[in-house]
Design a protein around this ligand. Structure first.
Ligand SMILES: Cc1cc2nc3c(=O)[nH]c(=O)nc-3n(C[C@H](O)[C@H](O)[C@H](O)COP(=O)(O)OP(=O)(O)OC[C@H]3O[C@@H](n4cnc5c(N)ncnc54)[C@H](O)[C@@H]3O)c2cc1C
Length: 389
């Protein structure tokens, strides 16, 4: 095997990096993950994730983790309600009598980020992850790399894989191509103990998801297993809106005032997301996407996966699925007898990965545009094969 006797460093222990470590360890590779989070208990913020049969679930099957996943996913969390800005329900999957299950290509089981991360961490050999350890810089040494880490140590690796997400430190060593701004900004948030702090929205989401669409604005809600309500608003904006708006996103009252003004035409029910100051957090996220036609030449001993390779907006639900499928395809290439060098294996993986991710990013951009246009509810109704006026 190409990795025999070699040290592999994965930068970032998100879903992509963890899946890759598991798959490579199944083949006996020597793998270390360097992760900036303090420890495995760092809170996993963000919406629930739906895994797709042909990508995320496929990677879990190859990793021998599907049965562990079936014990942790949240049945019913995939059920969607569509509303307008007045919170009037125009489509409701809770009314459907039958729903798909494992083995059905249309089944997209939901899992919270925390349990998915725990599942993957528990599948690794002890001490695979070095926590509280941010990559600062990478220095080429012979055919490999010297890693300079935030805890003041250095480490050598024959192969480096950048799985360090949207603001990857590894990516510039692979390609200078920057992402482009898509014209939209998301404000992500979470209401803890939502039954108490946002009771009407907690009832509306009913353990599943809500897409509220009106004009060029949206709010997406998902119920999480810990009783919190994760959400993100989205609207068209300039690239510099976050700074130019002057909003202090650490002050819930500031954020509530912005929401009341910008979403003034929306039902007051949505304000529940902003009125429990001690129970919320907010992160503004201008939406960037990697170029759809990006290309670079494969390198000797460094590559990328997941958001570091192909950041895209979340409106096709593909980001985590692409990251996990990248892990599977990269692992297959690195452990295949069909390649004579690591560079050749990386090149084969990267060519297919870029093509596949470009298609997912194209879908995601199109979906984001459609969901923030006057015909949004009719469009999504068509996509879902239902009659939504
Ligand atoms: C609001 C929102 C909603 C989303 N909804 C969905 C959805 O419904 N479905 C979906 O498929 N995707 C969704 N996504 C996208 C999804 O979260 C990402 O595509 C996915 O997490 C990418 O996985 P990754 O492993 O590549 O990177 P990440 O999950 O970003 O993980 C990167 C890891 O690297 C670590 N790290 C970063 N820098 C360093 C460093 N220098 N040194 C060491 N460690 C480092 C980070 O701490 C992190 O643990 C959403 C994203 C957002 C923002």
């Amino acid at each position: 095997m190409l990795l025999t006797g070699k040290k592999t460093a994965i930068i970032g222990g998100g879903p992509g990096g963890l899946t890759l470590a598991r798959l490579l360890q199944q083949h006996g590779a020597d793998v270390t993950i360097y992760e900036r989070d303090a420890d495995r208990h760092a809170r996993q913020q963000g919406a629930t994730l739906d895994l797709h049969d042909e990508s995320g679930l496929r990677a879990l099957r190859a990793a021998g983790l599907l049965s562990a996943f079936t014990a942790l996913y949240r049945p019913g969390a995939d059920k969607l309600r569509l509303t307008d800005g007045q919170a009037t329900i125009v489509f409701d999957q809770h009314q459907e009598t039958s729903s798909p299950g494992f083995g059905d290509a249309h089944f997209r089981p939901e899992i919270d980020r925390g349990p998915l991360r725990d599942l993957l961490i528990d599948s690794l050999q002890p001490h695979t992850i070095v926590w509280n350890c941010q990559l600062r810089t990478l220095e080429p040494v012979a055919d490999g790399w010297q890693l300079h880490l935030s805890n003041g140590t250095t480490a050598y690796a024959d192969l480096v894989i950048g799985a360090d997400g949207a603001n990857s430190k590894v990516r510039p060593l692979v390609t200078p191509l920057p992402p482009f701004f898509t014209g939209f900004t998301v404000v992500e948030g979470n209401v803890y103990d939502a039954a108490q702090h946002a009771p009407n929205l907690w009832a509306l989401v009913r353990g599943g998801k809500v897409f509220a669409l009106d004009g060029d604005q949206s709010i997406i809600l998902s119920a999480k297993g810990d009783g919190s309500l994760s959400f993100y608003t989205c609207q068209r904006s300039t690239e510099t809106w976050v700074r130019a708006s002057g909003i202090n996103f650490e002050d819930p009252q500031h954020v509530a005032a912005w929401f009341a003004q910008d979403f003034a035409g929306w039902s007051p029910i949505w304000r529940e997301l902003f009125t429990a100051p001690e129970a919320v957090y907010f992160v503004p996220r201008p939406q960037y996407c990697m170029p759809l036609d990006q290309h670079w030449d494969a390198q000797l001993s460094i590559t990328l996966l997941g958001d570091a390779a192909h950041l895209m907006p979340p409106y096709a639900g593909e980001g985590v699925n692409m990251a996990m499928l990248d892990a599977l395809e990269l692992s297959n290439c690195l452990t295949s007898p069909g390649f004579s060098s690591i560079r050749q294996a990386i090149g084969h993986y990267e060519t297919a990965m870029r093509q596949r991710a470009a298609e997912a990013a194209r879908m995601s951009i199109e979906s984001m545009e459609q969901l923030h246009s006057p015909g949004a509810l009719a469009w999504i109704g068509q996509v879902m094969g239902s009659a939504v006026e």
